[in-house]
Design a protein around this ligand. Structure first.
Ligand SMILES: C[S@@+](CC[C@H](N)C(=O)[O-])C[C@H]1O[C@@H](n2cnc3c(N)ncnc32)[C@H](O)[C@@H]1O
Length: 408
């Protein structure tokens, strides 16, 4: 997509082409193109409209209902923040008193739009001209063009004294190939600029990959890991006056009604576990209940805090499963009841599952090199009951735990 194609899509004829493309998106692409061509749209407009309709369809719930009016690029969509995460960040910034914000590398504007919805005046800087034009169009479509302005330019040249706070979500995919970048020094804007922001602006937030090496967390910053419906989606560094506690795990839900007893989150329902993140959880024997912690808790190094909350222990100092004598259904971990503890032996496990008539298993693993799908085939299951198998290590020894979910 280039700027001319975007401009064409924003004319009344382009709006009609987009509406027609939305009806046929997701089906056979050749038939869809033929349908738009037979409705009188030029080949170029039909192709641009179909690409947009397909990207909007693929975006699914990522942006909420507004996606139907948004302009997207494939790279921008892949890198954009999910709406629930962006809304929570924006609510926290607003609650911290931020009224003006620069979004340095704003992409399609998912974070900036959330900040504007929260009442913050946002100025986005975006290096890619088409992405910048789309972000501006997205602000207009959302009725937020007064609060969210966009400039096409280099974020590293932006005068940060113009705003009270800055947000930066550096590109972590290689331009052209779209491959993920794992080395922060290859981010764009570069990592030294990003971390330097925290030294120049009293209130800085940086979105980073959830696999971020803890050694790269700037001194004094709060590092937060965020999961949505149990999937780890990002980490954020809250710097300067925005840092509240060294480590935080924030658990969000997109599926309605899935979050009970939620707290925190500056008005956006979420569960939060916080702490110093520098303590080891105690180690003990395998106990009756196993807890599989949410990945945000594990990545935030908050296992000791969770163990204290659950009165639980590890069975191996290097493996993030917790064990306790009592079941609870905390939001931070899934709870399973352990029925059997076996040193790992395929023969023994197969015999036991046969005896119990187990025909279906879910396989969880931490600290095991076994491939779950290969194990499933090798087990040659037969029967009408189900079990959860946990492949792990106990005090260093390969172990399998046979479990069942805790229901009530
Ligand atoms: C990860 S994306 C931002 C996504 C955005 N937070 C969202 O949720 O929609 C990073 C963006 O930064 C832009 N970018 C990279 N280097 C830049 C620079 N030096 N100046 C301005 N923009 C830059 C990229 O073009 C890309 O669109």
């Amino acid at each position: 997509m280039d700027l001319d194609q975007l401009a064409a899509l924003r004319t009344p004829e382009g709006t009609d082409a987009l509406a027609a493309a939305t009806e046929v998106a997701g089906g056979d692409p050749l038939a869809a193109a033929a349908r738009l061509r037979s409705a009188g749209f030029s080949a170029g407009l039909a192709a641009a409209a179909l690409t947009q309709a397909e990207l909007r369809r693929r975006a699914g719930g990522k942006f909420g209902p507004e996606v139907g009016a948004m302009f997207l690029t494939r790279a921008g969509l892949e890198q954009a923040t999910r709406r629930v995460v962006a809304d929570r960040r924006a609510a926290r910034l607003r609650a911290a008193g931020v009224r003006t914000l620069a979004d340095l590398g704003c992409g399609l504007g998912a974070d900036a739009l959330a900040a504007a919805r929260a009442g913050i005046r946002v100025h986005g800087v975006e290096a890619d001209p088409v992405t910048a034009a789309m972000a501006a169009a997205n602000a207009e479509a959302a009725g937020l063009a007064e609060l969210f302005t966009v400039e096409c330019g280099d974020a590293t040249a932006f005068d940060v004294t113009r705003v009270e706070a800055v947000f930066c979500d550096p590109a972590r995919r290689a331009a052209g190939t779209g491959r993920r970048i794992f080395d922060p020094n290859a981010y764009s804007p570069p990592w030294d600029f990003v971390t330097g922001l925290a030294e120049r602006v009293p209130r800085t937030v940086v979105k980073v990959a959830p696999g971020l090496d803890h050694a790269l967390i700037p001194a004094g910053a709060e590092a937060e890991w965020v999961s949505v419906d149990g999937d780890l989606v990002e980490a954020a560094l809250w710097c300067g006056a925005l840092a509240e506690i060294p480590r935080r795990a924030t658990l969000l839900r997109e599926k309605q009604g899935a979050l009970t007893g939620a707290s925190g989150g500056a008005g956006i329902p979420c569960h939060q576990l916080t702490g110093a993140g520098d303590t080891d959880a105690p180690v003990g024997p395998v106990r009756r209940f196993l807890y599989d912690p949410d990945p945000a808790v594990v990545r935030a190094h908050l296992l000791a805090e969770l163990a204290a909350e659950l009165d639980a222990t590890l069975a191996d100092p290097t493996i993030a499963y917790l064990y306790s004598d009592t079941p609870t259904r905390p939001p931070y971990a899934r709870c399973l009841e352990i029925t059997d503890v076996l040193p790992f032996s395929l023969k023994r496990l197969r015999a036991l599952l046969r005896e119990r008539r187990v025909g279906r298993v879910e396989i969880l693993k931490r600290g095991s090199a076994l491939e779950p799908e290969k194990l499933r085939r090798d087990l040659k299951l037969a029967g009408d009951t189900a079990a959860s198998l946990v492949l792990t290590r106990v005090a260093g020894a390969p172990t399998v735990l046979i479990c069942r979910p805790v229901t009530a």
